[in-house]
Each structure stands twice: as structure tokens, then as C-alpha cells.
Design a protein. Structure first.
Length: 262
């Protein structure tokens, strides 16, 4: 799921329903076209994350809420202590179901699983409920196995983890985000705070939400034992969250946009 689709899903999770035109009015201010937004809504509906109770009006589904909960729970892993056990997901999906297989693999990667071998994915964290939900959603029962345990041979060292999860690329992305925060986002945020315009504040809040969503889906949130010494993820995420909280707190409670940041 793209970051913009995730923020749209997030907005829907905060209200009973929203109209397509409301989405268009908000996201056109962020540079997205009406066609792009309506196509994004169609994709979310097709994937079962939202439903349409009436023409051009949308509601989040139980699957949509579960998806948001799963992805947004990943950052909390940085505060958890690892019990040294691993979740292992093994799949054997025939070529005739390649599309389902690719969707399932993509969902595993977004949850933070890493490819150990071909069709074998591992995670130091327990995401089994989310994996089972994807198995059922994609009708892959009998083609996926989930195990839990410890390595008796070939244990995952920090060096090996860097390769499995491409941590150098993720760390470089965090460093890039750090520069963007200081050089681009912070000046815009300070201008918006001084102006006090609810829409401007909300649009920046959404932008930060999209940036965070992108990192939530990219960062595997590994335990400290597996991270390199120069890992910048925690520091940059904290700063991004602080900026988002500052913007949220500046939006007047009586504005239309306040309902989305409760």
C-alpha cells in the first residue's frame, strides 16, 4: 500500500464516513489530481480495506482497521525487549497464483519480515495474527506455514541482519529524512505555526503522516541486538513524531480538521 493510501485510510478510521469529493478537496491541496485520489479509493475498496455504503461515500472496514493497527504498531517495537525467538513464514504458492504470492510477500516485507531463503521469511517479532489474516484474505490456506523458535545453526548476527533487511539502505534513507526535516520541513512548519491557518497546518500534518507511513513500511524495527552502531532510525523517528505532534496540537479544536487528529 502506498503511503498516501495509508493516510487516506487513516483519515477514514477517524470518522464514520467520508465522501470522495472531501478527499479530493484535501489532497488536491497536496498536489494530487482528482483522478489519482479516486483511483486510490478504488484500490482500497478492491483490496477490502474500505467499503462504499452509498455512491462516492466510503467507510473503513474491519480489515482496514486491522491493517492500520498492524503497521502503526511497528514503531513500538523499538521500546520492546526481544525474547530471542523468531517467527518463520514459509510458503509454496504455485506460479498459477503468482499475483497472490507477490501480494503476500509484499505484506510480509511491510510488516518487517526479511527474506532468509527463497520463500522463507523471518521476523524477530510476533506478527502471526497479521500473517494469518493475509493468508485468509488471499485464500492461501495450506500453502503457508508459520513456525516459532530459535536457530540451532546459522543464527542471525548483526552482520547477517544488515544483508537480510538491507539496513544500510534504510539507514541512508533515515539520514536523508533528517536533512529534509531540517532544511525543508522545519521552515515550512514554523511559517505555518506563525500563520495559524488550520488547512495549512493540517496539510503539513498529512505530509508528515505520509513520510512516517513510508518509514513504517520500510523500517523492519529490529531489536537493538541486530542493529548497527550508527543506526539513526530512532532519533529521526522521534523528531518526525515530535513535529507531527506539534502540528496536531496547533490545529484549532473547532476546525473541520480536528476530527482527524483525535
Amino acid at each position: 500500500m502506498l503511503s498516501v493510501e495509508k493516510t487516506m485510510l487513516f483519515l477514514l478510521s477517524k470518522v464514520e464516513q467520508m465522501g470522495a469529493q472531501q478527499f479530493v478537496e484535501i489532497y488536491q491541496q497536496r498536489g494530487y489530481t482528482s483522478t489519482y485520489i479516486r483511483n486510490a479509493l478504488s484500490r482500497l475498496k478492491k483490496e477490502g480495506y474500505i467499503t462504499s455504503p452509498s455512491r462516492s461515500w466510503y467507510q473503513v472496514t474491519a480489515a482496514g482497521l486491522a491493517y492500520i493497527k498492524a503497521i502503526n504498531s511497528k514503531p513500538a517495537r523499538y521500546q520492546e525487549q526481544w525474547d530471542q525467538t523468531w517467527d518463520v513464514v514459509m510458503l509454496e504458492v504455485p506460479e498459477s497464483e503468482r499475483k497472490k504470492r507477490d501480494l503476500f510477500r509484499s505484506s510480509l516485507l511491510q510488516l518487517g519480515y526479511g527474506p532468509l531463503y527463497n520463500s522463507v521469511y523471518i521476523s524477530p517479532w510476533n506478527y502471526r495474527n497479521e500473517v494469518v489474516a493475509q493468508i485468509r484474505k488471499l485464500e492461501l490456506e495450506g500453502k503457508v506455514s508459520i513456525l516459532q523458535g530459535q536457530f540451532l545453526e546459522g543464527s542471525i548476527t548483526p552482520f547477517k541482519a544488515q544483508s537480510i533487511w538491507q539496513l544500510e539502505k534504510v539507514n541512508a534513507l533515515y539520514q536523508e529524512k533528517s536533512g529534509w526535516l531540517q532544511q525543508e520541513f522545519a521552515p515550512l512548519m514554523h511559517q505555518a505555526l506563525e500563520a495559524g491557518q488550520p488547512l495549512q497546518l493540517f496539510l503539513l500534518y498529512l505530509q508528515m503522516g505520509e513520510e512516517l507511513s513510508g518509514m513504517f513500511m520500510t523500517d523492519p524495527y529490529l531489536p537493538d541486538e541486530l542493529l548497527p552502531d550508527d543506526w539513526s532510525g530512532k532519533r529521526v523517528l522521534q523528531q518526525m513524531n515530535e513535529y507531527g505532534a506539534t502540528l496536531a496540537g496547533a490545529i484549532p479544536q473547532n476546525s473541520f480538521y480536528a476530527q482527524f487528529i483525535r
